[in-house]
Design a protein around this ligand. Sequence first.
Ligand code: ATP
Ligand code: MG
Length: 349
Amino acid sequence: MTYRITLLPGDGIGPEITAVARAVLEHVAALEGFRIEFATCAFGGASIDEFGEPLTEATLKTCQASDAIFLGAVGGPKWDRADARPEAGLLALRKALGVYANLRPAAVHPALAGKSPLRPDLVAGTDVLIVRELTGGIYFGTRERSADSASDKCTYSRGEIERVARIAFEQARLRRGKLTSVDKANVLETSRLWRDVVTEMGARDFPDIELDHMYVDAAAMHMLRAPASFDVIVTENMFGDILSDEASMLPGSIGLLGSASLGENKPGLFEPIHGSAPDIAGQDKANPFGAIEAVAQLLESLGETAAAGRIRDAINTMHEAGEWTGDLGGSLSCSQAGVKLVERLEAEA
Ligand code: ATP
Ligand code: MG
């Protein structure tokens, strides 16, 4: 089996972390006996520098022809002028791929409980997956503005809710069988439709999944009071934006987490959740685990679950041994962390 993967290193620490993640990916491929063909393209600021735009037609074609897309990070102060923004390339890519579901897992490893801003006994056992609707809702509604008033319209259709809810139910089935749907159905009409559609789908297609509903304000509190009680959360775009950033703080470093953006058809887009971190770029200091976690998600989406499991086991072994980059109080550089991880993969093979 050969997979075609488009690699978009991007800007800032993007090239450093994707180089490490690529080496890890090549190693597990060899261990599991599949092949990967990489196509590397400039993207974001790097593409503005080379081609004058953040996403070229050629890069988009390459992405669309691949089985998965792996992205480092985009942006930085160098491109903070108005005419060509690296971030516009990312929005255009997501739109062209039609990725309507964003999956962000946040798990707290026991060895890292002390690094969390919450008390270790509160975060212990936390392993939550937030499934956020990514292409609808208030972020994509019509906006109006006059001198003294403004409005943003929030719309959801049954179909938009069903397709993201289905992904969330399926993820719950692969995990601990529990789904929490988050809305504001005591106030918003879109939330009432959301709740109806999720409830109907659960009863009809996923009777084995334990489904509950929570208002977004209660969910935000609960995320701090009892984060370990969540399995999978599904929610609309803006609520998911806020809740997933809240959850991303629990594991102790923004450098640990990956995300997957999925649509109806392949390819999905996989990236660490952090930005390009211009303050540490080029210093070989970044934590590559978030990018490597995104690689594990990429492999899962390809059905290579054993390869993903090998990666997560090796990361866990490093956590247990306290083998960390500086953001977690360790002494490894980005590239050293990658070399160690590959050693762990070999040792555990
Ligand atoms: P964006 O706007 O692109 O989402 P940002 O500018 O808000 O991102 P980041 O680029 O994620 O934020 O950086 C926020 C802080 O976290 C910075 O101090 C950065 O150095 C740090 N950081 C981000 N990613 C990593 C990483 N992989 N390893 C270590 N530190 C990181
Ligand atoms: Mg930024």
